[in-house]
Write a protein that binds this ligand. Sequence first.
Ligand code: PGA
Length: 255
Amino acid sequence: MLRKKLIAGNWKMNKTPADGAALVAELVATVGKQTDVDVVVCPPFTALDAVAKVLDGSTVKLGAQNLHPEASGAFTGEVSAPMLRALFTTHAIIGHSERRSLFGETDAFINQKVLAALKNQLKPILCVGESLAEREAGTTLKVVQTQLEAGLQGVSKEQAAALVVAYEPVWAIGTGKVATTDQAQEVHAFIRGLLVKLFAEPVAQRVRILYGGSMKPANAPELLAQKDIDGGLIGGASLEARSFVELIRAAAAIK
Ligand code: PGA
């Protein structure tokens, strides 16, 4: 297979350091030596340190849910890429739809974060996706194109190899309404085509494009079997070891 599947857990604003450490202890015990699927957990900032300690020596990687583009300075309440690196973080979710809609993040700001992550050897998981109104208006592909192209401005071909994109239709996040496999594959193939234009074929074929939005053990096998769906960004189902492990196993079962 050209691209190894990637299953990433987005815990959002859930779990104390102790709860997070307990969850990843279960993951490490069951899938901690997994090598045929890449696994990333993204706890809140406050749990990164405790979770990193439990992950040490396992193949499970650590991600943040956000970062600030500047390295340091007067940005009360923010956390920078070098700070995350110091906690053994390797990935960072950037531009999640909740950041865009609840915290007013623009494509330009998200682009600065992507560039800061790459500069600091953090792999960005850049999230894109349309709202229900945009899907109903028939503008899904246009919205995704704008978010992707603006988010990746100034990213070089060499840097793009480290990139992960997550397609998350906003109407499917936390709603139990999952995109059909055809709806998802259509947008994933479209994103792949945009990546080819931006970075040329060999790099575009290496970038993982994750699906996110109510992915569960029951719907994952079909989604993950699609040609351009290279994994999942999992919210709700990543908060319990059992469902998250089932998703990792579903990804491992795809040959
Ligand atoms: P969900 O969240 O799996 O709970 O729908 C996905 C996400 O927001 O990344």
